[in-house]
Design a protein around this ligand. Structure first.
Ligand code: AMP
Length: 436
């Protein structure tokens, strides 16, 4: 199987070989032919499978075969959940279209809209966008989707997780009914299937190798540890193992910041990346990490989606996710492009239930180790922390818990309810902050 045999045009083949790709990845081999046949496609694929080229290459092929229109209306729209993913996809679009007469740009929130509008005014064929900024510019009359021929919904599951369903429905109404639709998702919940049904017309279904097989090639290990000793343990592992490039996942943005500060105090260069960081700060953190200047990148799940970090040797779950599929996404960051990787999880007593459900999902038992001096607390409760509590805890770790209880002492339930509500609102606000 070669890219040529898939029927891609010569300028695309040239760009592909410039990127150094030799053979199509499984998702590319499966998705490219039906897209070239102008069919709707529903693809099951996660980041790291080469899915971006899977939709971008045939999309560019089709557009470049059609006559260039006056004023260059937007003919293809690629919608992504996060700014990072949008930027990443656009970089790919630019690279693959280098030898074609195709113009493209990317728009997302958190940055000045003026340069984005100026580029769109000059005419673009392919627009990569996050939903918020797209709808914003459209409602200001600064762009039109009335001439869209191909629509790509990337990481549809994450779109729904981030609460973008309404926005997607709105975007759908802005495009002509007659168009080709491609939808990519790593997971297929009932809601995703419903969304697929409403967007796609008689789609061809394609699937990359099931996620579980990818999991088997990654070295996974669990360190059982007392909650309060996790920071010490991670610093020890990174320092003594002399790990140079480590992606660390925390459950909350606050947790990411806090851990990042502790790493820096311990003399390990680190940066945090999450939804509350400005676009500039995120780009800088990622660039530093990629270049090797920053050893540790601490990220939340949402921020990490769409990061293109090749050949990542170490992934650490500082806290394991309560959604088992997120574990698969996280550790999928190692062992990319055939390189082997190591995924480590620091698990405290209250995370036991989550660990069990992850093991059930991946259908394997993960090897457990205990490091001397960082033993688990034998008296700690194995009662799982509820998602709401997680976030509280993340905001201040155990300290926060203590300060809350100090604040609450003697003040009864009323106050703790008030605190809970306050935190609920905070969480709601924070969730909406995450949207671009
Ligand atoms: P993606 O899943 O689209 O995020 O792609 C994951 C990584 O694989 C990116 O770094 C791509 O540049 C790379 N990639 C995509 N297609 C191929 C291919 N056919 N051969 C080698 N690398 C690829």
């Amino acid at each position: 199987m070669s890219f040529k045999s898939l029927g891609l045009s010569e300028p695309l083949l040239r760009a592909i070989s410039k990127k150094g790709y030799e053979t199509p990845s499984p998702i590319q081999a499966k998705a490219i032919p039906p897209v070239l046949e102008e069919k709707d496609v529903l693809a099951s694929a996660q980041t790291g499978t080469g899915k971006t080229a899977g939709f971008t290459l045939p999309l560019l092929h089709l557009l470049s075969q059609r006559p260039v229109q006056k004023h260059r209306p937007i003919r293809a729209l690629i919608l992504t959940p996060t700014r990072e993913l949008a930027a990443q996809v656009h970089t790919n679009v630019k690279e693959y279209s280098e030898f074609l007469n195709i113009k493209s740009t990317v728009i997302f929130g958190g940055v000045n809209q003026k340069p984005q509008v100026a580029t769109i005014r000059k005419g673009v064929d392919v627009l990569v966008a996050t939903p918020g900024r797209l709808i914003d510019l459209e409602s200001q009359g600064l762009l039109s989707l009335k001439r869209v021929e191909i629509f790509v919904l990337d990481e549809a599951d994450r779109m729904l997780d981030m609460g973008f369903l309404r926005d997607i429905e709105r975007v759908m109404k802005l495009m002509p009914d007659k168009r080709q639709n491609l939808m990519f998702s790593a997971t297929f919940s009932k809601d995703i299937k419903k969304l697929a049904y409403s967007i796609l017309n008689n789609p061809v279904k394609v699937e990359a190798t099931p996620e579980n097989t990818a999991v088997e090639v990654i070295d996974q290990k669990v360190y059982r540890v007392a909650k309060g000793k996790k920071t010490g343990l991670i610093i020890k592992l990174i320092s003594e193992g002399n790990w140079k490039q480590v992606l660390v996942f925390t459950r909350t943005k606050h947790g990411a910041n806090k851990l990042c500060k502790k790493m820096i105090s311990a003399g390990i260069t680190a940066a945090a990346i999450h939804g509350n960081k400005s676009q500039g700060a995120r780009t800088k953190a990622l660039a530093g990490f990629k270049s090797g200047k920053v050893r540790v990148l601490v990220a939340t799940d949402i921020a990490a989606r769409g990061l293109d970090i090749p050949l990542l040797p170490h992934v650490v779950n500082y806290e394991i996710p309560n959604i088992s599929e997120d574990y698969v996404h996280r550790i999928g960051r190692t062992g990319r492009a055939g390189a082997s990787g190591e995924a480590i999880s620091l698990v405290s007593a209250d995370e036991t239930t989550y660990l069990r459900s992850i093991e059930k999902l991946i259908d394997m038992k993960i090897e457990v180790e205990v490091v001397e001096g960082f033993e688990p607390d034998p008296n700690a409760s194995t009662e799982p922390i509820k998602p709401g509590q997680n976030r509280n805890r993340g905001r201040g770790g155990n300290q926060n818990k203590n300060s809350n209880s100090r604040r609450n002492s003697g003040e009864g339930n009323k106050n703790s309810n008030r605190n809970r509500n306050r935190n609920k609102n905070r969480n709601r606000r924070r969730n909406s902050d995450n949207r671009s």
